[in-house]
Write a new protein. Structure first.
Lengths: 349, 471
């Protein structure tokens, strides 16, 4: 028995040393954002009902809104359902089909509604959970809770890593490089002081342009500028055709007393230029709002919101989240407090 | 509830603690029975009823068989028991397959027949618990055991959670006497039981899932993209994957039972050190091969008559293949092994039955290598879900091109396979228990520490169910 007990102690010691080393390198336990957590939040949205402030879309809104500020400003309960790299339509369709959803839905507007595998997978997982008897999934639910308990309390699982990856991190001695932290409520915080600029920004621009380029070239900024100038507008027919389906979803939610608001999150620099040329506002945003008949906020129309810059071109830094969220709540008319004079420049329709 | 899940570890700690706290043997048995049904219900509560009905019917029929004096009545009751068990198996496991075969046959003769989708869900462990249960009624019929056992003891024998889901297939005459007499593991037995659980989990989580499975899965998903080196690597890796997966499960099951004071038979005996095909089947999934020998091969006539023995071997291996799943691929796998056994008998004759002595040493290398090679190639239809994938893998075995797999994958899988073969070879005539007893305390400490640290480092990845759960 003694070798066995000593082996368990040795293994615990290894885990302890790794945890201490990772802490020294700046790692902290993090949430694993996946279908399970999303389903849990989706269920919460149904439970809260009228007082829910449901946020859907992609990373821009997931990194853009500060949940405590939103809660404090609106008196409503925010539920973060945005899915990385995803169109909001899959989730919006699910919300529209659910009679328990009758609160306010904030949609991260993007000028393209391509379906996304991740959002569909999350939605399917939620449906499965909903359809099955809780007694039938008790075993799986207990396992999920135990796994979460461990992962959310150990640095060895930080940022979705396995302990093996963490051992490599601890061995190499490199401090934590990841700039995004997922919070237990699924909101995210981006710390852009941790990434090398302007290389990170340039990489984002290159991704938006959709081609590969030698990131080391001396005239990279000018080159990307020239390429951004060449971007041609996208045909809007397919987008507007799909928007017709969105109109029905909004109508279903509004019929139950709910509210849907589209927000075009801030973008800046070359990303703003590229998207502005690809998706001209008069061909996408304006006809879209006219067609679906919903409220919309183009954040750059508000002088206060227009002042927020996105370090990588398309996402806010976590230091700007509270102020941005506070101002957004004001111009959306969701704030409990009197609207500040800056709201005059807001663009709510 | 998988053995490699946190829920199971919590469940096991709770069960072992309560088991030791209870003083009365009857209470302990009741606890194990309730725990076993909770364990099964964690997968699907409604199917607990199926287990309950199957158990009760066999228990009741065995008593009637025991009480019946007329041979005809005894036989009738046995046939009823076999029909109930195989009927359940046929309905849940083979109905869709049989319908597909019927549709194909009808279409071949020009009849348009499209069976409706049955939507049947295969109950977990049905192949294992029906075989365990069948052994009881058959043994009672043969007069080898009496049917005097209580329903509660019998239900515990069938549903005992360490062996319920994927074996070893423990026979009634082996486990019922253990259930009848009070038992509690002492310190050494508990230590050995936990050691087996750690070794089993290490085999499954680290060797099978973390190292070998990724190499196998990517290549079997698209064999046409890969050349000979990658394909051969996948073929040998699958040999390792299924061995570490299933032997790992068996070690866990034996270890869990040991922690509760019960002994299960060994299910694997270093199978990749087999020096022939009959030797392989004496070392691989021993509880199934001996079950098939005693309850199918021997009743069919066994070795009586040369040609009859060949026929019986083929029937046994074909049905053994089909037991693994309702697919022609498993039938093909069973048929190939049947063919090897028949060929081996034809070629070696009486040498087959000669026990291969460890003193033959290095002269065994060639037969062992040949057996491993052929067994590995024969896993191809077993792993490939369709004939297309199997033929893709076979075609790729001779396709010369640069390896696509990362160097680290090739190196890690090659090291694991070589280490497995060398280990199997050198310990082929001994047992894990003998090795454990002979090892020094510091060696046990080092091995267990390495396994536990390996388990910790490999945790957090994608979790896979044990391969044999699907059977």
């Amino acid at each position: 028995m003694r070798p066995l007990i000593l082996a368990f102690i040795a293994c615990l010691a290894l885990a302890g040393i790794m945890e201490a080393r990772l802490a020294q390198l700046g790692y902290a336990p993090t949430i694993v954002d996946g279908a399970e957590l999303w389903s849990r939040e989706r269920m919460r949205a149904s439970r809260i009902g009228k007082n829910a402030l449901v946020i859907i879309g992609a990373s821009r809104i997931q990194l853009g809104l500060d949940m405590p500020t939103l809660r404090e400003e609106t008196g409503q309960e925010p539920v973060q359902l945005a899915v990385l790299g995803s169109s909001p339509v899959t989730v919006l369709a699910g919300l529209a089909a659910d009679p328990t959803i009758n609160g306010t839905i904030l949609v991260d507007y993007y000028d393209g509604f391509a379906m996304n595998d991740t959002a569909t997978r999350y939605q399917d997982k939620y449906r499965q959970k909903l359809l099955s008897n809780p007694l039938l999934t008790l075993g799986a639910d207990i396992e999920d809770k135990l796994v979460r308990l461990i992962r959310e309390n150990l640095r060895s699982f930080a940022d979705g890593a396995t302990p093996y990856t963490s051992l490599q991190r601890a061995w190499s001695g490199k401090p934590r490089q990841l700039y995004v932290t997922t919070m237990p409520d699924r909101s995210r915080r981006g710390d852009y002081s941790k990434v090398p600029m302007p290389a990170f920004y340039h990489a984002n621009v290159i991704r938006s342009l959709g081609f590969t380029v030698d990131a080391g070239r001396a005239d990279l900024e000018q080159y990307l500028q020239a390429k951004a100038d060449e971007v041609a507008p996208v045909d809007n027919r397919q987008f507007l055709k799909e928007a017709a389906g969105v109109k029905e979803m909004i109508a279903a939610i509004e019929k139950r007393g709910g509210r849907v608001i589209f927000i075009r999150m801030p973008i800046s620099g070359l990303i703003g230029k590229i998207e502005g040329r690809q998706f001209p506002r008069e061909k996408f945003w304006l006809p879209f709002l006219a067609m679906v008949g919903a409220q919309g906020v183009w954040t750059e129309d508000d002088p206060v919101l227009a002042g927020f810059k996105t370090p990588d071109g398309s996402h806010l830094d976590f230091r700007d989240q509270p102020a941005f969220t506070k101002r957004l709540a004001e111009i959306l008319g969701l704030s409990n407090r009197p609207v500040s004079p800056h709201a005059e420049g807001g663009s709510i329709r | 509830m998988l053995f490699n899940s946190l829920t199971f570890i919590a469940f096991l700690i709770a069960v072992v603690t309560c088991y030791r706290l209870l003083e009365n043997w009857a209470s302990r048995k009741r606890l194990l029975l309730v725990a076993s049904y909770i364990f099964y219900a964690a997968w699907s509560p409604p199917y607990v009823l199926l287990l309950l009905v199957s158990t009760t019917v066999d228990w009741w029929l065995a008593r009637r068989i025991d009480q019946a004096r007329k041979p005809g009545r005894r036989k009738l009751l046995l046939v009823l028991s076999i029909a109930c068990n195989l009927g359940l198996l046929a309905y849940f496991k083979y109905a869709d397959f049989l319908m597909t075969v019927a549709r194909q046959a009808a279409n071949m003769i020009g009849i348009d027949f499209t069976p409706i989708e049955s939507g049947i869900v295969l109950p977990l462990a049905i192949s294992f618990y029906t075989f365990a249960s069948l052994s009881y009624t058959i043994d009672v019929y043969r007069g080898q055991i009496k049917a005097g056992t209580s329903w509660q003891d019998y239900a515990l024998f069938v549903g005992f959670f360490p062996h319920l889901v994927a074996g070893p297939i423990v026979r009634a005459n082996f486990l019922l006497p253990q259930i009848a007499a009070p038992r509690l593991a002492d310190r050494d037995e508990t230590a050995w039981g936990i050691t087996l659980i750690v070794l089993g989990l290490f085999s499954k989580v680290v060797l099978s899932d973390a190292i070998l499975a990724p190499a196998v899965n990517s290549i079997y998903a698209a064999p046409s993209r890969y050349g000979a080196i990658d394909i051969w690597n996948a073929v040998f890796s699958f040999s390792g994957q299924i061995y570490f997966d299933f032997a790992g499960y068996s070690l866990c099951a034996i270890g869990i039972a040991k922690c509760l004071g019960f002994t299960f038979p060994d299910n694997f005996h270093f199978p990749y050190a087999a020096s022939g095909f009959s030797d392989f089947w004496r070392r691989w999934h021993i509880s199934l091969s001996t079950w098939l020998r005693d309850y199918l091969y021997i009743p069919l006539g066994g070795n009586h008559g040369r040609w009859l023995a060949y026929r019986n071997l083929m029937i046994t291996m074909l049905l053994g293949g089909l037991w693994h799943g309702a697919s022609w691929m498993f039938v093909a796998w069973g048929a190939l092994h049947g063919l090897y056994l028949v060929t081996e008998r034809l070629v070696t004759g009486p040498a087959l039955r000669r026990e291969i002595s460890p003193q033959r040493g290095l002269r065994l290398v060639l037969p062992i290598a040949f057996t491993f090679l052929v067994v590995s190639l024969t896993w191809i239809p077993f792993r490939a879900q369709t004939p297309d994938v199997a033929s893709g893998i076979l075609a790729g075995l001779a396709r010369l091109s640069q390896p696509h797999s990362p160097d680290i994958t090739l190196l890690a899988t090659a090291l694991v396979i070589i280490a497995m073969l060398v280990f199997n070879f050198f310990v082929r005539s001994t047992s894990l228990k003998a090795l454990y007893d002979a090892s020094a305390a510091w060696a046990r400490f080092l091995i267990l520490t390495a396994c536990l640290c390996g388990l910790f480092l490999a945790s957090g990845g994608e979790r896979h169910a044990f391969i044999y759960f699907q059977f």
